[in-house]
Write a protein that binds this ligand. Structure first.
Ligand SMILES: *[C@@H]1O[C@H](CO)[C@@H](O)[C@H](O)[C@H]1NC(C)=O
Ligand SMILES: *[C@@H]1O[C@H](CO)[C@@H](O)[C@H](O)[C@H]1NC(C)=O
Ligand SMILES: *[C@@H]1O[C@H](CO)[C@@H](O)[C@H](O)[C@H]1NC(C)=O
Ligand SMILES: *[C@@H]1O[C@H](CO)[C@@H](O)[C@H](O)[C@H]1NC(C)=O
Ligand SMILES: *[C@@H]1O[C@H](CO)[C@@H](O)[C@H](O)[C@H]1NC(C)=O
Ligand SMILES: *[C@@H]1O[C@H](CO)[C@@H](O)[C@H](O)[C@H]1NC(C)=O
Ligand SMILES: *[C@@H]1O[C@H](CO)[C@@H](O)[C@H](O)[C@H]1NC(C)=O
Ligand SMILES: *[C@@H]1O[C@H](CO)[C@@H](O)[C@H](O)[C@H]1NC(C)=O
Length: 560
């Protein structure tokens, strides 16, 4: 009796073990990998890049599916990719997709085609999207956004670090519009390494920079990803993360600059600091410089203008690589980097920092975008004459701009873009009419945030002044001096705050209210005037005169 049973038991156990391994393998293939979900579709289909998308009907990611599968009505705009835009999933009440993922950082891309779907009016698509408690989109008006960017289809890309084993994505019709519905055409998840853990991020404020760090679980939204001086790069041509890189020409002020490619005999070499997934060879292998004429270069700034939402911090990643002989040596091409007319870097010498021609480099800066609504971010390069230069020139190969999650409030959503003055007929929203910058840029054209920036300095009392457009630096410098030495301010003085009021607003600089840190000090979130949310930046700096008293500058972000 005993002898025959044992092998049977063993076989049974082996079978169980094999089954559980199979299960684990199954589990791993979904948890570690790429997810491409074609919403409203029931079968598998390939996109133009040859990637295979699964339908969400009956998908394990869409438990007890409640949304309607709907097909885009009429003729989609001519160049609209068939997958994933042909079908959509429509939600008239809240619905949550649940994606099992390995904890860590990943790109989340949401695909939308603003058009009429069976039974659903195009103008009723107004909704929010959240990932657990992180707000990705809020009262997102698909039609209005499509009209503003003159593209019927758009992608929103986020980078999130998921700490649990699942990414839960909730689509919720807007509570502010009767009869509204939510929809989505495609959802993509691409796991990545910790691509934002750069040890050397500089916070740009005034003409000073200071070290800046952000939490490992910071969420970001991609605003721009430009292959400077080179052609658009499709997801297929990216180095592993299926990112879209757009050409930078539409953003160049005055259309200046000279674009060029690497020498044929030059190989782009990556480094341990700049691994090959940072950006594809085609980004580093093309560039824009100022031009061949020193006199012209000395008289202008090579400038890009990128509209963004005011009231958020932005991470700007500049990609550099010297790719042409004879620029191989130190002090040949040295330049300034300005962000919003503030000096982010001086004596920028790509050869020095990268280690030579063909070697890749990127530098990271964080800046807070001030003002209200949608504002222009200015990025400019100019030769730095403080060294003995060989060429009066500057170079840039790639540029990425990411919006950082609002501190303490788990929000990445801005407002909808302003309604265009001449309303666009939805049927007119064709790919032909789009701006030339490509999918991602169409996708990520900025939206408006309801914030304005206010700058105050703190001595015994604080003065809040509403900054006039051109008065930014004067505002700051003026109050950076001893009160008695204060120059005439160009600011409108709106309100005086006592130190005590600031203490109350920040609960005496309560550590729990810290929403950001930098070399300048901490940023706190607080309430003033009985409920106005403000971010208070407390700077601990010595004045230029070597004035050693405790001196703090506070920048306030007021939500009007
Ligand atoms: C699944 O992943 C875990 C760690 O993530 C690993 O230890 C295990 O070997 C994997 N299993 C298979 C079958 O690949
Ligand atoms: C993956 O494995 C974990 C534990 O082994 C299990 O709890 C989870 O349900 C599995 N997920 C899927 C999608 O099978
Ligand atoms: C739907 O989701 C939104 C946002 O997450 C939430 O505010 C609302 O209360 C939810 N509605 C229902 C009926 O659960
Ligand atoms: C994700 O966040 C955790 C902390 O919450 C951190 O330890 C981890 O390194 C982060 N991972 C990535 C890939 O950013
Ligand atoms: C990056 O380098 C690794 C080896 O270090 C290689 O396996 C991978 O294919 C490379 N990726 C690209 C996009 O070149
Ligand atoms: C590469 O080609 C350029 C001209 O096209 C030349 O000046 C340079 O010396 C070459 N470099 C090498 C390493 O052959
Ligand atoms: C930068 O300076 C230019 C010219 O002085 C001005 O037009 C522009 O608005 C400024 N940009 C920002 C972001 O302040
Ligand atoms: C370039 O930009 C900086 C910062 O805004 C400014 O100070 C400088 O005057 C500009 N130079 C030229 C030539 O426009």
């Amino acid at each position: 009796m005993v002898l025959p049973t044992l092998p049977v038991t063993l076989t049974f156990l082996t079978l169980l073990a094999l089954l559980s391994i199979a299960k684990a393998a199954d589990n791993n293939s979904t948890t570690s990998g790429l997810i491409l979900l074609n919403c409203g579709e029931s079968t598998q289909d390939d996109d133009d890049g040859g990637r295979s998308w699964d339908g969400d009907t009956g998908s394990i990611f869409a438990p007890s599916m409640k949304g309607d599968a709907a097909i885009a009505l009429g003729q989609p705009p001519s160049l609209t990719p068939r997958v994933p835009y042909t079908t959509a999933r429509i939600f008239t009440s809240n619905y949550t997709y649940s994606f099992p993922v390995s904890p860590g950082r990943m790109f989340l891309r949401l695909y939308f085609l603003s058009t009429a779907y069976e039974y659903y009016a195009v103008s009723d698509a107004v909704f929010g999207v959240t990932a657990r408690n992180l707000v990705l989109l809020k009262d997102f008006n698909a039609l209005q956004t499509a009209q503003a960017i003159t593209s019927a289809y758009l992608v929103r890309e986020f980078s999130v670090n998921v700490s649990s084993g699942s990414l839960d994505l909730t689509f919720a019709p807007s509570a502010h519009q009767y009869g509204s519905y939510a929809f989505v055409n495609g959802i993509e998840i691409v796991p990545t390494p910790d691509i934002f853990a750069t040890p050397d991020i500089r916070f740009v404020s005034g003409d000073n920079t200071s070290p800046f760090t952000f939490d490992a679980d910071m969420s970001l939204q991609t605003m721009y990803r430009l292959n400077v001086g080179g052609p658009a790069i499709s997801p297929k041509g990216d180095s592993g993360f299926y990112r879209s890189w757009a050409n930078d020409a539409p953003y160049i002020l005055g259309g200046f600059g000279l674009t060029f490619w690497k020498n044929d005999n030059l190989t782009i070499s990556y480094t341990s600091r700049v691994p090959n997934y940072t950006a594809p060879v085609d980004v580093y292998g093309t560039a824009r410089s100022m031009g061949p004429t020193a006199q012209i270069n000395l008289n202008y700034n090579l400038t890009w203008i990128l509209p963004v939402d005011a009231g958020f911090f932005y991470l700007l990643r500049f990609h550099f690589c010297e790719i042409q002989h004879p620029i191989t040596k130190v002090n040949q091409r040295v330049f300034f980097i300005y962000i919003n007319n503030q000096t982010a870097a001086q004596q920028m010498d790509v050869i020095v920092l990268s280690g030579g021609i063909g070697r890749t480099l990127y530098t990271d800066y964080v800046i807070m975008s001030t003002g209200s609504g949608q504002v222009d971010m200015w990025i400019a390069l100019h030769p730095d004459l403080s060294v003995k230069l060989v060429y009066f020139d500057a170079i840039l190969n790639g540029l990425e701009v990411f919006k950082l999650q609002g501190y303490g409030v788990s929000n990445l959503a801005g407002h909808n873009p302003p309604i265009p003055q001449i309303p666009v007929d939805p049927s007119w929203l064709s790919s032909d009419a789009r701006k030339p910058e490509g999918d991602m840029q169409a996708a990520i054209s900025g939206t408006a945030g309801g914030f304005a920036f206010i700058l105050i300095a703190l001595f015994s009392t604080c003065v809040i002044c509403r900054r006039k457009k051109a008065a930014k630096s004067s505002c700051k410098t003026d109050y950076g001096h001893r009160p008695t030495e204060r120059k005439k301010s160009t600011c409108d003085i709106v309100h005086r705050f006592s130190f005590a009021e600031i203490q109350v607003a920040t609960k005496d600089f309560d550590g729990a209210l810290i929403i950001g840190r930098g070399g300048f000090g901490n940023v706190y979130i607080g309430d003033i005037d009985g409920g106005t949310k403000v971010a208070i930046k407390r700077c601990n700096q010595k004045s230029q005169q070597g004035f050693h008293e405790f001196q703090t500058e506070i920048e306030m972000l007021c939500n009007f």
